[in-house]
Design a protein around this ligand. Structure first.
Ligand SMILES: [Zn+2]
Length: 435
């Protein structure tokens, strides 16, 4: 059985999708050129005028946007319309300098929520469902996106936000939640907690889960499906492209359909920027074809994946993307939060430590752990344990302020971190994140 939220567009012919993309791209490039001086400069530098863009194939003539551009243009430099037309912002959890602030008009919110509604319906959702959303609400896109999608589908929506697991379980059981939306690691955690409390998978009414915002493996999918007794669906999105729902899984659980009427996807060679043929592994690049508030053209996501146009048995015709297989930069995603080693280094230098450190990321009981080992120099080294502990505590406070998540700090004696060719290995990620 296949269900669609917007059947006509979700199952449109290839020709029809290309026709929509052609039309929307020509309009969007014109609008961006007129309204976004930052991107107009990039186009001028590349010698491209809006008239040069006549169809979706011409997209290759346009310049890329990167995370660095978003930083340069922060906060208003990439705004695509007058601020009076915007009704909301969402933002990444990144810290100063890395934060992305995205603007939405009501039209943008509607299209975003429709994309999330498509994902919920693809997971079997109808207006008879009780949809428990335990992604974070507020600036983070997870909660608001799925919340809006759930409303559009007509589900009874439980806007739980993240955390307070006992309360999550109480509402899940008492109200008979049928669809769960959260990060995969939190879903696994809920599953374990249910087991500890003596519940069997058949004791809950859940039938499906929509999980995203962090990498997860097929093994994790199997564990979640077993512990909760559900079918677990993947969902993909970035604040830069609106949030979750840019792509979502259907019942095939074999790649995520990209909502191609709103987002055009390309795969490029991350080193040369060359567009690669279908089926190649490379960096995913997105163009929002009709967003007004934050209309990014050719945005480099840094996610490495593969696109497939192979026919899908669900009847949807939109291209599928694989789960991201890694990243083309050094960003780590820890407990759903983007963390860069450079942020950790910045805190260490500011607090008067040398940049001799090692970051160890692991996953214990489905919860990410972050440990940072920092070598003291001989002047800082002290025999007094209390002294060291106080310093660690103070560093942990500074680290939390920078990263937005807690890190366990370990101050260690000079020269105690193993080095390879004189350099300490900066990051050891022991988690199994990709298949
Ligand atoms: Zn499908």
């Amino acid at each position: 059985m296949s269900n669609y939220y917007q059947e006509e567009i979700e199952t449109a012919s290839r020709d029809e999708i290309i026709r929509i993309q052609n039309e929307k791209l020509v309009k969007q490039v014109k609008r961006v050129y007129e309204n976004v001086p930052y991107y107009r400069d990039l186009m001028d530098k590349k010698g491209v005028k809006p008239e040069d863009i006549k169809s979706i194939d011409d997209i290759r003539k346009l310049p890329f946007l990167s995370k660095a551009d978003l930083r340069d243009a922060y906060p208003y430099g990439l705004l695509g319309t007058d601020i009076k037309n915007c009704v909301r912002i969402q933002s990444t959890s990144g810290t100063t300098g890395r934060r992305v602030v995205a603007f939405y008009t009501q039209h943008d919110i509607d299209l975003w929520e429709e994309c999330c509604a498509r994902a919920i319906v693809a997971a079997g959702g109808t207006n008879e469902d009780v949809c428990q959303v335990c992604y974070g609400y507020g600036l983070f896109t997870g909660g608001p996106g799925l919340n809006g999608g759930s409303h559009k589908v007509g589900c009874l929506t439980l806007p739980m936000s993240s955390g307070y697991t006992d309360r999550q379980i109480q509402f899940m059981m008492d109200l008979g939640a049928t669809i769960l939306c959260c990060t995969p690691s939190y879903a696994a955690y809920i599953g374990e907690t249910l087991k500890e409390k003596g519940y069997k998978p058949s004791d809950n009414k859940l039938k499906a889960g929509i999980f995203g915002a962090e990498p997860w493996t097929e093994e994790m999918r199997r564990n979640i499906q077993e512990s909760l007794g559900i079918k677990a669906y993947d969902i993909y999105g970035l604040t830069e492209t609106s949030g979750p729902g840019v792509a979502f899984e259907c019942e095939e659980q074999h790649g995520m359909h990209i909502n191609e009427d709103h987002f055009y996807a390309e795969i490029i060679d991350p080193d040369t920027g060359e567009v690669l043929p279908e089926g190649s592994k490379g960096e995913l690049v997105f163009t929002s074809l009709d967003k007004e508030g934050f209309p990014l053209l050719r945005y480099r996501t840094r996610d490495i994946c593969v696109l497939s146009r192979e026919k899908c048995s669900c009847g949807r015709t939109h291209v599928r993307m694989s789960k991201p297989m890694g990243r083309s930069d050094d960003m780590m995603i820890i407990r759903g939060v983007n963390v860069f080693p450079s942020q950790i280094e910045t805190v260490l230098l500011k607090e008067g430590y040398d940049p001799n450190y090692q970051i160890v990321v692991d996953r214990e009981r489905n919860n990410d752990t972050l440990d940072v080992y920092v070598e003291l120099n001989p002047d800082q080294f002290s025999d007094k344990i209390a002294d060291i502990q106080n310093r660690e505590k103070s560093l942990e406070g500074a680290m939390r302020a920078m990263l937005g998540i807690g890190a366990k700090m370990h101050l260690v004696p000079p020269k105690s971190i193993a080095r390879s060719e004189g350099k300490a290995v900066r990051v050891i990620d022991k988690r199994k994140l990709h298949d």
